[in-house]
Design a protein around this ligand. Structure first.
Ligand SMILES: Cc1cc2nc3c(=O)[nH]c(=O)nc-3n(C[C@H](O)[C@H](O)[C@H](O)COP(=O)(O)OP(=O)(O)OC[C@H]3O[C@@H](n4cnc5c(N)ncnc54)[C@H](O)[C@@H]3O)c2cc1C
Length: 446
């Protein structure tokens, strides 16, 4: 039995009473015994189980809809955070336009309502051969597995193994692009900024929610402008132009925040020095007083642990899950699915789906249907998804722009994408945004 399949339990009186629930670190207090990790939830006899890893947009939606589509299956949702925090709408929360209670939802209410089990735990390993998920509380066996772990930050692309630089960057210049305490810190830094240069590095595509960094820059600019903070926001963008909603963001910066927002194209990051506060890019070197440093994004750790990250032609990891473009299951393991931001390219015509909560929600519903079909022994039928994103760019009056993506399977059997940008700032789009978010939370989080 290898290390990942064991839990370490301290020998001696009372050790076994711990119930082998968690890994115990070695201390001078005594030797350690190797024991198999305890089964966290033995399966009811004859009951088949779906385990969902990650209780974000995709995972929570999947938990509800698998229960609805296949009521005979047991559903277990595993998530490290004690409470759901929504990244969508969080840019508006940074400038106090959205209440915390709108973004935060407890995990137990939907679990109770929809009849699934929620376990707050860290997923530490995935053994697809044994159909087992390892967690800090014990192991959980599955018949179907859904991974919806979102993204991880790829700081190694900037710093290699320099942990000091990585930790300094995470601590001082957090980006708040995963649900975590980073949001509190970013909000404080924006609201307490006294003036100077605030740099924002954008990750290279594909990354989580492509238009959201531009929205954040606009709302930060509004905050600084309305409070007369002498600040300049410099967006270091590796792309040649703003995208998506290029014209809408460009006009908002020029018309609403002249001299406050500077967008620098082709600014691929070459070097980051968090100690001396400088970013070196292909478009020049930029010193900063404060910064939101977004490293490249990759699929969440759990996708790597499950061995589902794709490979390029020359054998390098793509950083994203290699799954079927319509069913989202592993090619060699049809009852293992990946959904949401972790999913890799789905079409040679446009690459990745936009990494959005909307897409994660839609993928989760498709996978719920596919699992129900597999459980009944039926062939899988594809579900065509869509995407929609609203971006608030002005706060007085409230005006938003938006982007819509439609998909179809072309005559050649390959997925095609149609993108429609709504570039004209419109209060109606802000109202639609609020309605969209309310309906989404209603769908999976209440
Ligand atoms: C600022 C910002 C604005 C955005 N705006 C929008 C928007 O307007 N519209 C939109 O549609 N999308 C938006 N998004 C994107 C949206 O947040 C993501 O696309 C969506 O959350 C993806 O869902 P997911 O399930 O893949 O990942 P997530 O929602 O991130 O869920 C992943 C979950 O897995 C858990 N997890 C990961 N690893 C482990 C582990 N080892 N053990 C236990 N738990 C684990 C995480 O804690 C997390 O809860 C925005 C994102 C940001 C950052």
């Amino acid at each position: 039995m290898n290390e990942s399949k064991r839990t370490l339990i301290r020998a001696g009186a009372g050790a076994l009473a711990l119930g082998a629930t968690a890994a115990v670190a070695q201390t001078a207090a005594g030797p350690l015994l190797h024991l198999p990790a305890a089964e966290l939830m033995p399966r009811a006899k004859g009951k088949r189980r779906v385990v969902i890893c990650g209780g974000g947009w995709g995972g929570m939606t999947a938990a509800r809809y698998v229960r609805e589509a296949a009521p005979d299956l047991e559903v277990v949702l595993l998530e490290r955070n004690p409470i759901f925090w929504s990244c969508p709408m969080s840019n508006k929360w940074l400038i106090d336009e959205i209440e915390t209670s709108f973004l935060m939802h407890d995990y137990l209410t939907p679990a109770r309502r929809h009849g699934y089990t929620f376990v707050q735990t860290e997923i530490t390993g995935i053994d697809r051969e044994a159909r087992t998920v390892h967690t800090s509380k014990g192991r959980v066996g599955y018949d179907w597995l859904i991974l919806s772990g979102g993204i991880r930050y790829g700081f190694e692309a900037w710093f290699g193994n320099d942990r000091q630089a990585i930790e300094r960057t995470r601590t001082d210049f957090a980006s708040a692009y995963v649900a975590s305490a980073e949001h509190m810190s970013v909000k404080k830094r924006i609201q307490e900024f006294k003036g100077g240069t605030f740099v924002m590095t954008l990750p290279p595509p594909p990354h989580r929610c492509p238009p959201s960094p531009y929205e954040r820059a606009a709302l930060m600019a509004w905050w600084f402008k309305s409070r007369k903070v002498p600040a300049k926001i410099v967006i270091l963008d590796p792309k040649p132009r703003i995208a998506p909603i290029s014209i809408g963001f460009r006009d908002a910066y020029a018309e609403l925040y002249p001299g406050i927002v500077e967008h620098v194209p082709n600014a691929t990051v070459r070097e980051v020095d968090p100690f001396n506060k400088v970013v070196k890019t292909a478009a020049g070197d930029f010193r900063f007083d404060d910064a939101i440093l977004m490293s490249p994004h990759q699929a969440a750790d759990i996708v790597w642990k499950a061995g589902l990250v794709g490979r390029t032609a020359d054998g390098k990891p793509t950083g994203w899950a290699d799954v079927h473009p319509l069913f989202y299951n592993a090619k060699d393991d049809p009852q293992v699915f990946v959904i949401g931001d972790s999913v890799g390219a789905v079409s040679p015509k446009f690459g990745h789906y936009p990494k959005s909560g909307h897409v994660a929600n839609r993928m989760a519903k498709s996978v719920a249907r596919h699992i129900a079909q597999q459980a009944r022994g039926e062939p899988l039928t594809p579900v065509i998804i869509d995407n929609l994103c609203y971006m608030l760019v002005n706060n007085e009056p409230k005006e938003a722009i938006s982007v819509q993506f439609d998909y179809r399977i072309g005559d050649d059997g390959i997925l095609e994408q149609r993108q429609i940008d709504y570039n004209d700032r419109d209060p109606k789009l802000w109202a639609e945004d609020l309605r969209w978010a309310s309906l989404m939370y209603q769908d999976f989080a209440r």
